[in-house]
Ligand binder design. Sequence first.
Ligand code: NAD
Length: 492
Amino acid sequence: MDQATIDRLAVAPVAPGKLLIEGHWLEGAGETPVLSPIDGRQLTTIAAADAADVARACASARAAFEDGRWSRMAPAARKAVMHRLADLIERNAAELAVLGVRDNGTEISMALKAEPGSTAATFRYYAEAIDKIYGEIAPTPSIVLALIHREPVGVVGAIVPWNFPLMIGAWKIAPALATGNSVVLKPAETASLSLLRLAALALEAGVPPGVFNVVTGPGRVTGEALALSPDVDVLVFTGSGATGRRLLQYSAQSNLKRCYLELGGKSPNVVFADAPDLSTAAKAAATAIFRNAGQVCVAGSRLLVEASVHDRFVDELATATRKMAVGNPLKLETQVGAVNSLTQLEGNLGFVTDATREGGEIVTGGERVLQETGGYYMDPTIVTGVRPEHRLYREEVFGPVLAVTPFTDEAEALRLANSSDFGLAAGVWTANLSRAHRMIRGIRSGVVHVNTYGGADVTVPLAGTKQSGNGADKSLHALEKYTDLKTAWIQL
Ligand code: NAD
């Protein structure tokens, strides 16, 4: 896509967002302003759904599920609708990407691939799965026939964050719909716009009214009502650990709905002196943490470097980092876009202050930049000398701040990598195949990248361990979250 197209879409007026319930766009009980992180100005408003609005959406989803308008539609027909939706996403990719960037701040070059691009691919992947997954026949004695059915769970509540709203939304909506469920989606209040547009495209593609409802608004009101709803059978969530804990409590207080939580990370990126190419590793270490201004769940936020190459590596890393273009996320050349909100930016800066107080040394960055734009921008920041007891080592920043720690041998590297409450992602750079496999086995995380960082596609699961969550997004394994097993035991 060229810059002129982006510039044209970037000034298109944005209508106030409404709720989607039973195929109708409705006002909510209130309104929430949407500020653009690009310039700090109000872009539009979204509806703020209260508990009664959420109850209506859940009842609509329940009724749609029970009457079978989607859940009992022939798999091939559901598949056709989902492919139509993927076509529409591709046709409207530029508009979806720009709209999303205007409220969430991701640099457009990344948003184009990660948002409409991967969303369309995700809908196609699960559309194709629909008519290729079979039930099972158990190996019983011949006087019995035992069939194992996979049934949709019913109503899926999906609560998603602001960093990649379309992509993460699709990781939940697509497998949920593919398996015949109804969905009530609650986007993040600072990144609802592209998901509202996706919902309109879903209606256009032929997803029947009520099968996919969207409620927007504050987490503590709208999200809480969804998580407490007795009409929701399974809750799928991506977001912070603090919210994840609350959701488990809401489940316990309501109907014991199953909760699948994709939470934060503090992922180690481990560089051994025998990496195939240290310069490549240094450039990759910079993009692993700084793209999307560090607002990536799998970001390589803890860099562990073998002491013998530490200084040289940090020099190369700092050089690569200083070359990264920070600024307006709607410019194609931008590599580090806006921080999503002022609160988030202030939190990021607080981590830097604490890190220096605890003995860390800032190599580059550490400041808010481009304040004159009114937007929320931060210089990519590298802090060396970070120890496992430091806050910057232990807590997720979810911003452009990298903690660097040296190690002396493989055993120490593994110990440092695992000394975290999180277990989402990791990277290992080495030319030694045996060492790579030992590290893959030893590191407790959902994904271990070797001699690269990031880029794992929809064919593989993203599954957190430890306090990074449970269950998996992506791949056929994700379907397990959206189905129940049912046995038929038949005496012959
Ligand atoms: P958040 O937990 O603040 O918000 C996530 C969603 O939960 C939003 O829609 C919000 O409105 C809602 N919410 C907030 N409070 C709620 C409540 N009490 N009840 C119900 N819903 C509530 O997280 P965030 O700041 O939007 O996202 C950043 C976090 O998401 C980071 O920790 C990041 O690592 C994580 N994340 C994880 C993955 C993954 O796949 N594991 C992917 C992306 C982001």
